[in-house]
Design a protein around this ligand. Structure first.
Ligand code: TYM
Length: 377
């Protein structure tokens, strides 16, 4: 029996990322590949520096394309099932970095259809969640003329031709095997993979998808059919999950608020959640911590610092060493996290309040959006 599960709808257990690479048949992002990215972009996102972007499909081919002057494009997305948490936002920041470094188009799919099919929520509820989520995403600050954010339920008219072609190529036994569908699965979900696959074919160029590894099953299905349809196999960069507050197993989930920091949490909530729930790799008493030191590798506060709150590699290493040696106490580590996180959330809220205009551009009036609404696939 597997001791962990990773699917697009469920992440459970302590994830062994090396095993996942083997199981999914992806490739490790290794040192030579990282060096190559650095030589092209001039610097490295901390996901590359810290083994958070750990696995890929065809990233080397994307770089070959880029270096030989061929275009590629980026694609990522969000399923609007509830309020967004910090973990959901990280792939978008990473995507922004890629867009800036390579100057390419980016498509962001909002799967209101998927979440309507899978959640016990009305379509009105899903729509209002989607609107709120899109403001969170727009707040990340993509290039409004090179980014297209679309709701499936709205853009379906333009992409339905492509969706049909994809749906015709995939049979039930394939999606059953890849996604674990069964006879009780509603037929909206059974058809849905064709919709998440469609944006990988929005351009006749290679598509690079930055996301956590839970979304990879879609790309596996896409890669089986793409070349036969005259398109490229999708390329992907897989990131590891930000842990839930409660410890290094599973992934953060908005439906259990004690495991997640939501993007609209206030300072009090952040403080309370971290103090009360953030899993610690420290010892049970100050004396023991001073004597034996803590274990940063299982400590959630430390993980969050390394995933996004502490950009500076030197400072992070100092914190790590101080924690291991016992110089830094759990309470102090949590305090660093609380301060940085509160600042991050506060800045995010400000950007979100001002994101309306950019969102409109990315959805309807920016250069890429306008072009996309004129297109019928
Ligand atoms: P969703 O809304 O579940 O997740 C949005 C993005 O966040 C990633 N993610 C995480 N990353 C780090 N730590 C976590 N704890 C964590 N939890 C989720 C997801 O991998 C994803 O990148 N069906 C998709 C929406 C979608 C999509 C796509 C996502 C449509 N097209 C293309 C990625 C790429 C969904 O429900 O994502």
């Amino acid at each position: 029996m597997a001791d962990f599960v990773v699917t697009p709808w469920e992440v459970k257990g302590k994830i062994d990322y090396d095993k996942l690479i083997e199981k999914f048949g992806t490739s490790r992002i290794d040192k030579p590949l990282i060096d190559r990215i650095k030589s092209i972009t001039g610097d490295l996102h901390l996901f590359f520096r810290r083994d958070i972007a750990f696995s890929h499909r065809d990233l080397d081919a994307v770089l070959n394309d880029y270096e030989s002057g061929k275009k590629f494009f980026l694609y990522t997305g969000r399923g609007p099932s509830g309020k967004m948490h910090i973990g959901h936002l990280l792939p978008f920041y990473f995507t922004k970095w890629l867009q800036e470094k390579f100057g390419v188009n980016l498509y962001i799919q909002i799967t209101d259809d998927e979440k309507f099919y899978i959640k016990e929520k009305s379509f009105d509820e899903i729509s209002s969640i989607a609107r709120d989520n899109m403001l969170d995403i727009a707040a990340v600050g993509f290039d409004p003329d090179k980014t297209f954010i679309f709701l499936d339920s709205e853009y379906i008219r333009n992409m339905y031709g492509l969706v049909m072609k994809i749906a015709k190529k995939i049979n039930f036994s394939t999606v059953k095997a890849i996604f674990g569908f069964n006879n009780e699965t509603n037929i909206g979900m059974i058809h849905f993979p064709s919709i998440e696959i469609a944006p990988t074919m929005f351009e006749k160029a290679r598509c690079l998808i930055p996301a956590a590894i839970d979304q990879d099953p879609y790309w596996r299905a896409q890669r089986d059919i793409a070349e036969g349809m005259g398109y490229y196999k999708a390329a992907a960069i897989h990131m590891k999950f930000l842990s839930p507050l409660t410890g290094p197993t599973g992934k953060m989930s908005s439906s259990d608020p004690n495991t997640a920091i939501l993007l609209d949490d206030d300072e009090e909530a952040i403080k309370k959640k971290i103090m009360k729930y953030a899993f610690s790799g420290g010892q049970s008493t100050v004396e023991l911590q001073r004597k034996l030191g803590g274990n940063p590798d299982v400590d959630v506060s430390y993980q969050w610092l390394s995933y996004f709150l502490e950009e500076d590699d030197k400072k992070l290493e100092e914190i790590r060493q101080d924690y291991i040696s016992g110089k830094l106490l759990t309470g102090e580590l949590k305090q660093i996290t609380i301060e940085k996180l509160s600042k991050f959330i506060e800045e995010h809220k400000k950007k979100k309040e001002a994101a309306d205009k950019d969102l409109k551009k990315m959805m309807y009036t920016g250069n890429l959006a306008k072009k996309m609404w004129e297109k019928i696939y």
